[in-house]
Design a protein around this ligand. Structure first.
Ligand code: BJW
Ligand code: ZN
Length: 277
């Protein structure tokens, strides 16, 4: 059997990403008093903050059923990032890369935003100066109604021409094996940021400014291993911000945080915005 059919079979057989380290009832009980205090402290701090930045990652969409990258069943546990999410991979085999992205587009097209996305739209309405920096390419923050969103790793629903650079938005779940530009006929590529590629300097600059100027940064559902996104928390801290992390598990940045709340984004974030007087 060739590589391609096996690859396709796996894509079709994919299930929603499970939570990598489930909170057992014992663990939840053990952490509950501390977690309650942390949630209340963070909520009070948010009520007094004029400027807030939020950095989100794949964990925010996990409860919508969108696979994460590095969890037990994450994309990069089952597939080589170097074969699918680098410019070299695309140059070598654009059809394989498009197959991967078409599969993900088809999957994400069926998903809806979850209470984590909705809570962040509510937080944006409560905070005078709010910036949502997301590494997610699924577009679910925008679908939920968040307005000031910086998609630092691009958007899976956009494609960019490799010849003329023109970008188009296309929500078709399947773009075909070798989609081409309507303007010049050049080969299209997904308008996402692959490993080894620079982030859009304009968007990155806005993200850095938001991190420098915020009073609180929430870091939600990211493993904090991919740069330069992970460093935005350090930028915020250097500017004097309070850092709070919401994740199922500790990350390499946890020790640097002022508050760490272990739990599901879809459960913790709604609690931060409920009942503001
Ligand atoms: C939940 C949850 C629930 C689950 N509730 N939580 C400095 C040092 C070393 C290396 C580098 C460096 N600077 C740059 C690099 C190279 C590279 C990099 O960072 N490599 C590291 C991995 C080592 N970075 C780059 O190449 C970047 N480019 C760049 O910097 O250009 C200049 C440059 C290049 C080369 C060298 C030096 C400078 C570009 C990075 C692009 C990343 N692209 C991807 C793919 C996007 C397109 C696509 O989707 O196909 O972006 S990779 C993938 O990782 C994706 C994500 O946005 C990104 C981050 O992943 P994320 O969101 O954190 O997801 P996970 O799965 O890792 O974590 C999920 C988390 O959620 C977990 O913690 C769970 O516990 C948690 N969770 N359920 C709460 N319900
Ligand atoms: Zn073109």
């Amino acid at each position: 059997m060739s590589f391609l059919p096996a690859f396709m079979f796996h894509f079709r057989g994919w299930k929603a990403a499970p939570i990598s380290e489930p909170l057992t009832s014992n663990r939840l009980l053990a952490t509950l008093p501390c977690m309650e205090t942390s949630i209340n402290s963070l909520k009070e701090a948010l009520k007094n903050a004029e400027r807030v930045a939020v950095l989100t990652g794949a964990g925010v969409s996990a409860e919508s059923g969108v696979p994460t990258f590095r969890g037990a069943d994450g994309l990069w546990k089952n597939y080589q990032a170097t074969e699918l999410a680098t410019p070299e991979a695309f140059a070598k085999d654009p059809e394989l890369v498009w197959e991967f992205y078409n599969w993900r587009r088809g999957l994400i097209a069926q998903k809806a935003c979850n209470p984590a996305h909705t809570a962040l739209t509510a937080l944006e309405r409560l905070i005078p100066d709010f910036t949502l920096i997301t590494q997610n390419v699924d577009g679910l923050h925008l679908l939920a109604g968040s307005r000031h969103v910086l998609e630092i790793h691009g958007n899976i629903w956009r494609a960019r021409c490799t010849r003329c650079g023109k970008e188009t938005m296309d929500r078709a779940p399947d773009m075909g094996r070798r989609p081409t530009c309507a303007a010049c006929g050049g080969l299209l590529r997904p308008a996402v940021v692959w490993f080894g590629e620079s982030l859009d300097p304009r968007i990155l600059r806005q993200a850095i400014e938001a991190a420098q100027q915020c009073r609180i940064m929430l870091v939600v559902g990211t493993s904090s291993v991919v740069q330069p996104a992970a460093s935005l928390a350090f930028t915020a801290k250097s500017g004097g911000a309070m850092l709070a992390e919401i994740n199922l598990e500790k990350t390499p940045n946890s020790d640097f945080m002022d508050i760490v709340i272990l739990g599901k984004a879809g459960e913790i974030l709604p609690r931060l915005v409920e009942g503001w007087a």
